[in-house]
Design a protein around this ligand. Structure first.
Ligand code: GAR
Length: 185
C-alpha cells in the first residue's frame, strides 16, 4: 500500500512514538515514519529513533532558524502529516501555517475538558467520574481543533496521578493508531 510520509514530534519518554513505529511496520498500517522531531536532546524517546534508524532533529521552537530547518526537512522528506505524540511545546502560528498540512495531537483528557498542563492533578481536583484521551487536529489555539476520536474509562476512588496517567496512556497507545486508521484507510 502507498503509505503517508509522517513526522512524529516528541519531548519525553516516547512510549506513544514506540507504539506508532511498531504499528507503522505493519504493511496495512497507513503511515511511514520518516522523521522524528524532538524538543529535548536528552529525551528518552530518542532511543526509539536510534533503534529503528529513523532520522531525528532537535527542535528549539523559540529559535526561528531552527524552525526554518525543521520546515525544510519536512519539505525535503515530503512529509504529509505531523503527529504530536507527547510534544510539550507550542507550535507557532507561523510554523502551522507554513507546514500547511494536517497536524494531529494526542491529549490526556476528554477534550474540551482539561486543556493545557497538569491534566491529571486537575482531573482529580474536580472529582471527575470519567477521563480518557483525545486525538484531534491541531489549530492555532491550544488543544482545540476538530476531534477525531476519544477513548474513556471510569475513575476509581483509589486512583492518583500515577495510576490515572498509566490508565490514560494505555488507552492512548491504541487511540492514536485508531485515529490514523479512521482518517486514512
Ligand atoms: C502522553 O500521555 C500525551 O498524552 C501527553 O504526554 C504524554 C507523552 O508520553 N501529551 C500532552 O500532555 C500534550 N499536551 P510519551 O512520551 O511516553 O508518549
Amino acid at each position: 500500500m502507498v503509505k503517508i510520509n509522517t513526522c512524529v514530534f516528541i519531548s519525553g519518554k516516547g512510549t506513544n512514538l514506540k507504539k506508532l513505529i511498531l504499528n507503522s511496520l505493519n504493511y496495512n498500517f497507513p503511515i511511514k515514519i520518516k522523521l522524528i522531531v524532538c524538543s529535548n536532546k536528552y529525551a528518552d524517546g530518542l532511543k526509539f529513533a536510534k533503534k529503528w534508524s529513523i532520522p531525528y532533529f532537535i527542535f528549539d521552537n523559540k529559535n526561528t532558524l531552527s524552525e526554518k530547518k525543521v520546515l525544510t526537512q519536512l519539505k525535503n522528506k515530503k512529509i504529509n502529516i505531523i503527529l504530536l505524540a507527547g510534544y510539550m511545546k507550542i507550535l507557532s502560528k507561523r510554523f502551522i501555517r507554513s507546514f500547511g498540512k494536517s497536524i494531529l495531537n494526542i491529549h490526556p483528557s476528554l477534550l474540551p475538558k482539561f486543556k493545557g498542563l497538569n491534566t491529571f492533578e486537575n482531573i482529580l481536583k474536580k472529582q471527575e467520574k470519567k477521563t480518557g484521551c483525545t486525538v484531534h487536529f491541531v489549530t492555532e489555539k491550544l488543544d482545540e481543533g476538530n476531534i477525531i476520536l476519544k477513548r474513556s474509562f471510569y475513575i476509581d476512588k483509589k486512583d492518583d496521578v500515577k495510576s490515572l496517567k498509566k490508565k490514560t496512556q494505555n488507552l492512548e497507545y491504541n487511540a492514536f493508531s485508531e485515529a490514523i486508521i479512521k482518517l486514512f484507510r
